[in-house]
Design a protein around this ligand. Structure first.
Ligand SMILES: Nc1ncnc2c1ncn2[C@@H]1O[C@H](COP(=O)(O)OP(=O)(O)OP(=O)(O)O)[C@@H](O)[C@H]1O
Ligand SMILES: [Zn+2]
Length: 474
């Protein structure tokens, strides 16, 4: 498999440090709000990379942290009159709910900063002992001039960075690009005891510490959104490599932005849509499909139109799956015929195309296209007169490939209330009796309850829509 490595600015063959095993760290959310669809992109894309690596036989250890110490959390807690711990606890719970709706699997470990303060202090102390960090009035800073490779990820020289840096009043740092490893407590802030007095960790140090602690000094893949390249990941490299003397991560992966009118979606600009709001109208798998419908390094401009396209594309996949399920229950047990064997042999080409696309720096857009080619073949060749084996194997291939992308994971009628199923049955009965007025009335009633019916040659399909409530404006 080839992956584009930001460190070398090249697509490189992916070779893990230990054959067959992948250690992977993804920078997680700062938990003071619901996450927006821009934040959802790295979580979804790298979850897909994990699934694909597992599909290709690797044992993946996946770590994604929660940043639960941060200025924004402290500010939010002050606004709401509760503790920062209560804010982060709440939004961690909410993260899990939205992530589950998007089919993002839980990481093997979801470490939190508050659970690692002791290790952070030890790491910072080691940097001081090695001469890479210094203390001023209870703050500790990393001395960027001591780490000679500073700037190697973002391809900037320290001189250029320093020339462009803003010198702030009351500057206590030795050099403009030095950054805080530890921050002395300000009045009213949460704080931990340390050799430098009461305070709390800076932002960047947490990922160096948690990645090293849970995955080791050198890991295979470190990932996040492209805004993290500088300064966050540059600083992580400086801290980690200064501390351990070993390369920190071998492949650095960064996703492009979800934009709104070609501007990065971000909380600070206020131009964002939370996944929670979008879920009021679209199923989580539609959001996932949308996020995977482009190559992860390209920007995607978020729009209702694209969401609707994703919806209908995913519906087509579910229809194909539903048809095959229906056939599975109904086809007679015939012998597989020669021409069916040939078809199955030919369809391997779609699996090959899928793998080729995913091997090419996780090209999920082309991988999805390969699935649609397969679906077209299935729709025109698998019928009521087919052998059970053809139906079974078509079904297995479709579910296998879509499953690698985390799609087609739901059962069509999953979690549909018996009362709703009863209404659907009454409507079908009314239609059979040509009582279309009653059939339409029931259909409208179901729509109001958030269920849309689709009549297909194989019978009715029930789709859940969360269309009640106010629509988000996008
Ligand atoms: N518009 C976006 N498109 C793609 N990825 C994004 C976008 N905005 C943030 N990310 C990524 O989301 C992940 C979670 O980051 P975090 O919770 O710290 O959000 P954030 O960077 O504070 O968001 P914001 O930029 O909206 O303030 C990071 O990997 C970040 O790079
Ligand atoms: Zn990080």
């Amino acid at each position: 498999m080839k992956l584009y490595n930001t460190l070398t600015r090249k697509k490189e063959e992916f070779v893990p440090l230990v054959p067959g095993e992948v250690k992977m760290y993804v920078c997680g959310p700062t938990v003071y709000n619901y996450f927006h669809i821009g934040n959802a992109r790295p979580f979804t894309v790298f979850d897909t990379l994990r699934r694909y690596l597992e599909y290709r036989g690797y044992k993946v250890t996946y770590v994604q942290n929660f940043t639960d110490i941060d200025d924004k959390i402290i500010a939010r807690a002050a606004e709401e009159g509760i503790s920062p711990g209560e804010i982060s606890e709440k939004y961690i719970e909410e993260y899990y709910k939205d992530a589950a709706a998007l089919g993002i699997r839980k990481a093997d470990i979801h470490p939190r900063v508050t659970e690692n303060v002791e290790e952070i202090i030890a790491f910072v102390q080691k940097l001081i002992d090695k001469g890479f960090a210094y203390e001023v009035n209870g703050d500790v800073y990393f001395d960027t001039t001591k780490f000679h490779e500073y700037g190697k990820l973002s391809k900037q020289s320290l001189e250029d960075l320093e020339a462009g840096a803003r010198i702030e009043v009351n500057e206590v740092k030795r050099n403009p690009m030095d950054f805080a490893l530890w921050k002395a407590q300000k009045p009213g802030e949460q704080a931990w005891d340390s050799p430098w007095g009461k305070g709390r960790p800076g932002w960047h140090i947490e990922c160096s510490v948690m990645s090293t602690k849970y995955l080791g000094e050198t890991i295979d893949i470190h990932a996040g959104g492209q805004d993290l390249i500088f300064p966050h990941h540059e600083n992580e490299i400086a801290q980690s490599e200064a501390c351990t003397g070993h390369p920190f991560a071998r492949y650095w992966l960064h996703n492009g932005y979800i934009t709104i009118n070609d501007e990065k979606m971000s909380k600070s600009k206020g131009n964002f849509f939370t996944v929670r709001d979008i879920l009021k109208e679209f199923d989580g798998e539609v959001i996932r499909f949308f996020l995977l419908s482009a190559h992860y390094r390209n920007p995607i401009n978020f729009s209702r139109e694209l969401m609707e396209q994703s919806q209908s594309a995913l519906d087509r996949l579910y229809n194909a799956k539903g048809n095959l399920e229906h056939l599975l229950e109904n086809v007679e047990d015939r012998m597989v015929r020669d021409e069916e064997r040939q078809l199955l042999a030919q369809w391997k080409i779609y699996k090959d195309k899928f793998i080729e696309a995913m091997d090419d720096d996780l090209n999920t857009a082309d991988a999805i296209a390969a699935i649609f080619e397969l679906v077209k073949e299935i729709n025109s060749n698998v019928k009521g007169t087919s052998s059970k084996e053809l139906v079974q194997r078509s079904y297995a291939l479709l579910v296998e490939l879509a499953g690698v992308l985390g799609l087609l994971n739901k059962r069509n009628e999953e979690a549909i209330d018996p009362d709703i199923l009863q209404l659907v049955e009454e409507r079908q009965k009314a239609r059979k009796e040509k009582n279309f007025a009653l059939a339409d009335k029931i259909r409208d009633e179901l729509k109001e309850k958030g269920f849309i019916l689709k009549d297909t040659p194989q019978g009715v399909q029930i789709m859940k829509r969360n269309e009640s409530g106010t629509k988000p404006q996008f």
